[in-house]
Structures are given as structure tokens and as C-alpha cells.
Design a protein. Structure first.
Length: 187
């Protein structure tokens, strides 16, 4: 039975959303195409009607996940840079890898991914940094960019470490200390 273009587009969108969440939760090598398609409510055989390869899906799933990161920044803009830092380093973000930051979820896997996937990741990172730079006070664009880069690296590291430790109190301390340090106004 043929599906309409509208249904096909909706199916593709669903596969991308499911893959995006599953890649963040399990890593690129921790989930297979058959599982992604099954959780999308579609057959494995239908995959190639939507995507040329698993790498194409992974790149698109990265781009989709990074749109969620855009919403984190947009939601924080009113409160400024300090709010962005606080909103990133929450227990809810730590505890929900499937809906969380792509950088923290698959950053260490990225080096083993093909160029198309790494490119999507890189472009998303550049966009994120550019948005953070615009949130930072100060006259020097170079100084704001350096701070945005260092802060994003610190935020991702803090989130990874807060997820990695098996002590919930220590995990909370990592989030809180990092929020205080990275969100502090520059002197």
C-alpha cells in the first residue's frame, strides 16, 4: 500500500526523532537500524525508502538533536548567559540522556563517525558557540568567543562527569559547582 508524500514525510520525521533520541541514549554503535525502525513503527525494509545509508540518518539525527540545543539557548536568552549555564546543568538534563545535549551524549563517539556525521556535529557546535557569544557581555568579540568555547567545553564535561559518577550527592555537587564557576560574570 502506497503512502502519500505527507505520510512519507511524517514517517521520515518520526524515524529521525526516534534515532536522535536513541543515539543520545545508547550511542551510535549501541543501537541498530532494525531497532530504530521498530521503535518508529516502521519495518526495517522501509529504511532505504527514506535514507541512503545509516550515516545519512545519523547526520540528520544529529542535526535534529541540535535543534533541541537551540531551544535551550533560546529559552535562556531572557535570563542571559548565567541562565543558560544554569539551565544546562540541571538534574533533569543529566537524567534524560535521550532528550539531552548531543555534545555530551555522543561527543566521545564522534571521532569514529564518518565525515557527514562529524560535519553535522561541527556545524551544530559552531551555531551553539555563536549564540553563546551573542549572549555574553563585553566589547572584544575574540574574548567573548574564547569564553563561549571554554564554557561549552566545561558544561559538556560537567554533564558527562555528573552522569558518570555513581554517587548522586557528588553528581549534584558537580552540577552546582560547575554552574557557579561557568556562570559567574567575568571580572
Amino acid at each position: 500500500m502506497r503512502v502519500s508524500r505527507k505520510e512519507a514525510a511524517a514517517n521520515r520525521e518520526r524515524v529521525v526523532a526516534v534515532a536522535s533520541a536513541l543515539y543520545r541514549k545508547h550511542g551510535f554503535d549501541g543501537i541498530g537500524l532494525s531497532d530504530i525502525m521498530k521503535k518508529s513503527g516502521l519495518t526495517h525494509g522501509g529504511f532505504y525508502g527514506h535514507f541512503g545509508s545509516k550515516d545519512d540518518l545519523a547526520a540528520e539525527a544529529c542535526t535534529s538533536a541540535l535543534r533541541g540545543l537551540d531551544s535551550w539557548i533560546s529559552a535562556s536568552e531572557k535570563g542571559g548567559f548565567e541562565a543558560a549555564v544554569r539551565n544546562y546543568l540541571t538534574p533533569e538534563h543529566r537524567d534524560d540522556r535521550a532528550k539531552g545535549c548531543l555534545f555530551a551524549a555522543v561527543g566521545s563517539d564522534m571521532v569514529r563517525q564518518p565525515r557527514t556525521v562529524r560535519h553535522a556535529f561541527t556545524e551544530g557546535f559552531r551555531t551553539t558557540i555563536d549564540k553563546l557569544v551573542r549572549m555574553l557581555p563585553g566589547r572584544s568579540a575574540q574574548a567573548r568567543r574564547e569564553r563561549a568555547l571554554a564554557t561549552m567545553a566545561g558544561l559538556v564535561g560537567a554533564l558527562i562527569l555528573s552522569r558518570a559518577v555513581d554517587d548522586s550527592e557528588l553528581s549534584d555537587q558537580i552540577l552546582e559547582a560547575s554552574a557557579k564557576t561557568f556562570g559567574r560574570p567575568q571580572v
